[in-house]
Ligand binder design. Structure first.
Ligand SMILES: [Zn+2]
Ligand SMILES: [Zn+2]
Length: 268
């Protein structure tokens, strides 16, 4: 049994590989108890040109509540969204949140203003340390102003800077602003996630590193979710056990799940 997996994608996302129903059915087979589909809704000028906002949002709205009903006896399906770059289009973001009855909203930053997704950048051309400085500035802005339940994969750019380009980054140089981000999240009652996707990628670590999860707890943070960020049925539930171990080591004895944007807690 897998107690939860609160970050996954299906073909409603531009990069998803399995259909929503295949994901839900497989999650139920694996014994995932609380399961969220959180498809990408990326806002701002640098969102993928193939991304059709309307189709994604209305597709999820039609599909997920129906699947939640259909599989109600075998799985607790949560209707989620991974909302990217809230602060690049705050009015649109607020409108989307008011028009859709999401259970759970992950607030992610995949690109900073004026740049493409970190996935596309050539770190021989750009100074990764300067980009990271701007990235954390934007996370702080997001922590202080955006509406979401948990901030997604806080160290996301390292998936590419370190994982793909082999550039080691000592995050301690960003510790003061990471502290500010965590304090702002806590003050506004928002959480963070442990995203286990890095464990099965070249990066080889969770997002964020354990010390950041620990720091969030030390500062008084209580809202922590865990998700695999699976984009296909094969990756469902992967790394959740490791994520739970990290959460425990960081001082957590319970993990949040969300229904209608309200957290409830599962003991670990
Ligand atoms: Zn993401
Ligand atoms: Zn994701």
């Amino acid at each position: 049994m897998i107690p939860f997996d609160l970050h996954t994608h299906c073909t409603l996302s531009f990069d998803g590989k399995s259909s929503a129903e295949d994901m839900v059915r497989r999650a139920a087979e694996l014994g995932v108890k609380h399961y969220a589909l959180t498809d990408h809704v990326d806002l701002g000028d640098h969102a993928d040109p193939d991304f059709d906002l309307e189709a994604t949002v209305s597709g999820a709205k039609k599909l997920l509540p129906a699947l939640r009903e259909k599989y109600a006896d075998s799985i607790d399906l949560l209707y989620g969204v991974e909302l990217g770059q809230f602060v690049h289009a705050p009015e649109l973001a607020k409108k989307l949140l008011s028009e859709n009855d999401y259970d759970f909203v992950i607030g992610s930053t995949h690109n900073i203003r004026g740049y493409d997704d970190f996935y596309f950048l050539d770190y021989k051309e750009y100074d990764p340390f300067r980009l990271l400085g701007t990235y954390f500035d934007e996370l702080l802005e997001s922590a202080e102003t955006a509406d979401f339940d948990v901030m997604g994969h806080i160290t996301y750019p390292l998936r590419y800077i370190t994982g793909d380009f082999g550039i080691n980054v000592d995050l301690s140089q960003y510790a003061p602003i990471i502290d500010e981000i965590l304090r702002a999240l806590i003050k506004r009652g928002r959480g963070i996630e442990i995203n286990t996707s890095g464990l099965r990628q070249k990066f080889g670590r969770i997002f964020p590193d354990e010390w950041i999860v620990k720091r969030y707890r030390e500062l008084g943070g209580l809202i922590l979710t865990i998700g695999s960020d699976a984009h296909c049925t094969d990756d469902l539930g992967k790394g959740i056990d490791e994520g739970i171990a990290v959460a425990k080591a960081a001082g957590f004895d319970r993990i949040a799940i969300f229904k209608y944007r309200k957290p409830t807690f599962i003991r670990i």
